[in-house]
Design a protein around this ligand. Structure first.
Ligand SMILES: [Zn+2]
Length: 87
């Protein structure tokens, strides 16, 4: 009788361990596959080439495209360039 209990217990542990190793995800969680996760996307500053988060207050819409800047200084340089292009 005891042997059967041990056998059942052994099988239970075996299946549990097998289930755990099988259940371990081989693919990384989806959050790591999506660099475009909300608020975390990085945009390149077209003036100095620095990458800044999308939620920067320094942005300029130009020709239907939003340009992001690391600082007011870069933003102003860009705006000046736009003005010169218009002339
Ligand atoms: Zn910049």
């Amino acid at each position: 009788m005891r042997l059967i209990l041990y056998a059942i217990l052994g099988f239970a542990i075996y299946y549990l361990l097998r289930g755990l190793s099988k259940g371990a995800p081989k693919t990384p969680p989806p959050s790591q596959n999506h660099p475009s996760e909300k608020g975390k996307e990085l945009k390149m500053d077209p003036v100095c080439g620095t990458y800044i988060p999308e939620d920067t207050p320094y942005r300029v819409n130009y020709k239907g495209k939003t340009n992001y800047f690391c600082s007011e200084k870069c933003m102003k340089i860009f705006q000046k360039k736009i003005e010169e292009e218009k002339k």
